[in-house]
Design a protein around this ligand. Structure first.
Ligand SMILES: [Zn+2]
Length: 294
């Protein structure tokens, strides 16, 4: 019997292509030769040495609640240093949400695993020249540690807006509208739904865990790992991690736990639904599966 949670992927941008060593500076293709069959094509282009990711939200319905996890890049946002994110229009994201049976006003909770620009974009949309909350009836769950970190950084002078300006256009308008709840690690946000701290990628980075009796846990793991490449090489942290060593520690602990407990990991950028983790001696391997673990 599957659990009662129903999960849908809402794609914003796919594929999102990055140079392998641009995202993972320690990576080398030679060290990925033995997993070519597992990763080639969907996740890794061996010829061009590029990683293929997705930018997507996960829509979860559980216990009468509708939860949207991570809100991608969004539309109209000025992101001049990343052309594929810059002032996007007619992306079809809200149509894909509608196709999953959900209007913006149906979302009860929006959870941002962290406050990078590719996880908060659809928090707001442009209306008559103002950024307004896209999900008007939702409570937006924002990590207390995470918000404090970026607010402090944003107050310092810089030659280009921090996180592409996403704090100002995608986070503060939600707080000003009174829709944000600051949350702490371990908080239960709905029955069986808890915040799982996974620090390192950013200081307040956290996943969302769904635990139902008799079911393997589902962990929406945000950017604790960006690609299944990091299951095979969990020591490879991203160039965008504020604390790469801590990110690796969080990732390895998550993988160990997933391997021991049959947890289904659902990374924010996975081009696929979910994965279970197997141990092969001292190493890990992903086993791709559905969001419900099957
Ligand atoms: Zn990300």
């Amino acid at each position: 019997m599957p659990g009662s949670a129903r999960v849908s992927r809402i794609i914003d941008l796919d594929p999102f292509i990055l140079p392998l060593t641009g995202l993972l500076p320690s990576a080398s293709l030679d060290d990925l030769e033995d997993v070519r069959e597992l990763l080639a094509g969907t996740h890794l282009d061996y010829e061009n040495a590029t990683l293929h990711l997705a930018v997507q939200s996960h829509l979860v319905r559980i216990g009468g609640r509708t939860i949207l996890i991570d809100t991608c890049v969004g539309e109209d946002k000025p992101r001049s240093r990343r052309p594929d994110w810059h002032e996007r229009r007619q992306t079809g994201y809200l149509s894909r949400l509608a196709a999953a049976g959900c209007r913006p006003e149906d979302i009860d909770l929006v959870m941002c695993t962290h406050l990078h620009a590719d996880h908060v974009g659809w928090n707001t949309r442009l209306e008559n020249g103002r950024w307004v909350p896209t999900f008007p009836k939702a409570r937006y769950l924002i990590g207390r540690t995470e918000l404090a970190f970026w607010s402090e950084r944003a107050a310092q002078p810089a030659d280009y807006p921090l996180n592409h300006g996403s704090l100002a256009d995608s986070v503060l308008p939600v707080i000003e509208a009174g829709l944000a709840d600051l949350i702490d690690d371990g908080a239960q946000v709905a029955p069986g739904v808890t915040i799982l701290p996974l620090p390192g990628h950013t200081p307040g980075h956290a996943g969302l865990e769904i635990a139902e009796p008799g079911q393997p846990s589902l962990v929406f793991s945000g950017d604790a790992l960006h690609s299944p490449v990091q299951v095979v090489h969990p020591g490879w942290s991203s160039a965008f991690c504020t604390d790469p060593a801590m990110a690796a520690t969080s990732r390895i602990a998550l993988l160990e736990r997933a391997a021991e407990t049959d947890t289904v990991l659902i990374p924010a950028h996975l081009r696929g639904e979910g994965m279970r983790i197997s141990r092969m001696g001292a190493r890990f391997r992903p086993r791709f599966c559905g969001c419900d673990g099957r």
